[in-house]
Design a protein around this ligand. Structure first.
Ligand SMILES: Cc1cc2nc3c(=O)[nH]c(=O)nc-3n(C[C@H](O)[C@H](O)[C@H](O)COP(=O)(O)OP(=O)(O)OC[C@H]3O[C@@H](n4cnc5c(N)ncnc54)[C@H](O)[C@@H]3O)c2cc1C
Length: 351
C-alpha cells in the first residue's frame, strides 16, 4: 500500500494533523493503538490564557486563542459536534502568596484577571475570589471519537500497535510492513521519545492525575480553581478535579497519595456534598524548554514529529498541526522556536 503521509498516533496532535491533511486534500493513513489512558483522553480540555504560580500570560496567547477557537469550530463542523465553549474560571487562592499573584495581574495591560463579582456560597474561601476569562473548554472525547469514526469510515485508520523495529527509513520515503510512505510523522506522545532517532530530544515526561466526582449541587456554569486544583465540568454531569505535575513517578497508574491529597483539598473547600467516582492518570509528553517539537528530522527528511505539547496540547496542537501541514504542502516556515530542527546537533547522535 502506498500513501504520502503515515501518521502514528491519534491523540489531539494526530487528530489535528490528520484533519489538516484532510483539509489540504492530502493522501494519508493513521495508525493508532487506542490506548485507554492517554493524556488526550484524561485531560480536562481547558485552554487557559494564564499559567503557573505567577499567572503569567501563556506563550503566544494572543495569537493562539483566536486561532484555536476557530480551529475547533471548523473541526466541530466536520465531525458534527459542538466541541468548544467559552467559560470563566472562578479562582480561590489558598495562600497569601497566591492572592498577591492574582492582585498583581489585575490592571496589567491585557490582563485576563479581574476581581470576581459574585459570592460563591458552595465554597469556603479565605481570601478574595477572582475571575479569569476568556477561557475555552474543549470536549476531547467527542473530538477523538468522532474523528476516529470519520477516519475509519474513510479507510484511513489502522487500529494497531506501531512497532518501530519494523520501520525502514530511506532519504525520500519510509517502509513500514506493507506500507510505503513519503513521510512518517510521529504524533504518538511519550512513546516517540524511546525511539533511537528522537531519544536525544530534551523531553521531560510529566505525570498528571485527576479525580472524577459527583457534586450535584454545584453550578456547572463555571470552572473553579481551588488552590492548585481545578474543577472542570466533565462528562455525565460529573466533575474533573486535577491535577498533579510529577517529574518523578514509578508508574503511569493513579496513586493513593494523589487521591488522598485531592480529596482533602476538596473536602476543605467545598460546602456542598461530593462523592469521588473515578480517578485518572496520564503521562504528558512535555519538554524541558516548554516549546513543542514540530517538523522534519534534521537528518532524516522522511521522518517528522508533532509532539512535546506538555500541559498545553489543546491550544498548541491545532496551531502547530496547521503550521506543519502548511510547511509540508506549501513549504511555509515553522516557528523557529518550535521547529525540531533546532535540535539538529543532538539529533545527529543516536547513542
Ligand atoms: C491529567 C492531565 C490533564 C491535562 N489537562 C490539560 C488541559 O486541560 N489542557 C491542555 O491543553 N492540556 C492538558 N493536558 C495535556 C494534554 O493532555 C497533552 O498535551 C496532549 O494530550 C498530548 O497529546 P498527544 O496527541 O501529543 O499525545 P497522546 O494523547 O499521548 O496521544 C498519542 C496517541 O498515540 C497512540 N500511540 C502511542 N504509541 C503508539 C504506537 N506504538 N502505536 C500506535 N499508536 C500509538 C496512543 O494510543 C494515543 O492515541 C493534560 C494532561 C494530563 C495528563
Amino acid at each position: 500500500m502506498k500513501t504520502d503521509y503515515l501518521v502514528v498516533g491519534q491523540g489531539i496532535c494526530g487528530t489535528f494533523l490528520s484533519w489538516y491533511l484532510e483539509q489540504g486534500k492530502q493522501d494519508f493513513l493513521v495508525i493508532d493503538n487506542a490506548l485507554p489512558s492517554t493524556p488526550s483522553k484524561v485531560a480536562s480540555g481547558v485552554i487557559n490564557p494564564i499559567t503557573g504560580r505567577i499567572l503569567a500570560t501563556t506563550w503566544l496567547a494572543e495569537t493562539l486563542l483566536p486561532f484555536t477557537w476557530n480551529a475547533y469550530e471548523q473541526l466541530g463542523i466536520t465531525i458534527g459536534a459542538d466541541i468548544i465553549k467559552e467559560y470563566e474560571i472562578i479562582s480561590f487562592p489558598s495562600t497569601q502568596q497566591m492572592k498577591e499573584a492574582h492582585e498583581k495581574r489585575i490592571g496589567e495591560y491585557n490582563s485576563y484577571i479581574q476581581p470576581a463579582l459574585n459570592n460563591y456560597p458552595s465554597f469556603n474561601y479565605l481570601y478574595n475570589s477572582y475571575s479569569i476569562s476568556p477561557v475555552w473548554l474543549v470536549d476531547l472525547h467527542p473530538i477523538l471519537n468522532n474523528w476516529r469514526n470519520f477516519l475509519q469510515s474513510a479507510n484511513k485508520l489502522t487500529e494497531t500497535f506501531f512497532d518501530v523495529n519494523e520501520l525502514k527509513i530511506e532519504p525520500d520515503c519510509i517502509q513500514y510492513k506493507d506500507i510505503t510512505a513519503k513521510k512518517i510523522i510521529f504524533c504518538n506522545g511519550t512513546e516517540a521519545f524511546s525511539y533511537s532517532f528522537w531519544k536525544n530530544l530534551p523531553y521531560a515526561d510529566n505525570k498528571g492525575e485527576a479525580l472524577i466526582a459527583d457534586v450535584p449541587e454545584l453550578s456547572r456554569d463555571h470552572i473553579y480553581k481551588i488552590g492548585s486544583l481545578v474543577m472542570v465540568p466533565w462528562y455525565n454531569n460529573q466533575w474533573w478535579i486535577g491535577s498533579s505535575y510529577e517529574r518523578e513517578f514509578e508508574s503511569a497508574a493513579p496513586t493513593d497519595a494523589f487521591r488522598k491529597y485531592a480529596e482533602n483539598q476538596v473536602a476543605g473547600c467545598l460546602r456542598v456534598p461530593f462523592k469521588i467516582t473515578g480517578h485518572l492518570a496520564g503521562i504528558r509528553p512535555a519538554n524541558m524548554e516548554r516549546r513543542p517539537f514540530v517538523g522534519l528530522h534534521p537528518h532524516y527528511p522522511s521522518v517528522g514529529i508533532l509532539n512535546g505539547m506538555g500541559t498545553k496540547g489543546c491550544s498548541l496542537a491545532p496551531y502547530f498541526a496547521n503550521q506543519f501541514v502548511k510547511y509540508l504542502v506549501k513549504a511555509e516556515p515553522i516557528d523557529p522556536l518550535a521547529d525540531v530542527g533546532r535540535f539538529s546537533k543532538v539529533l545527529k547522535r543516536e547513542t
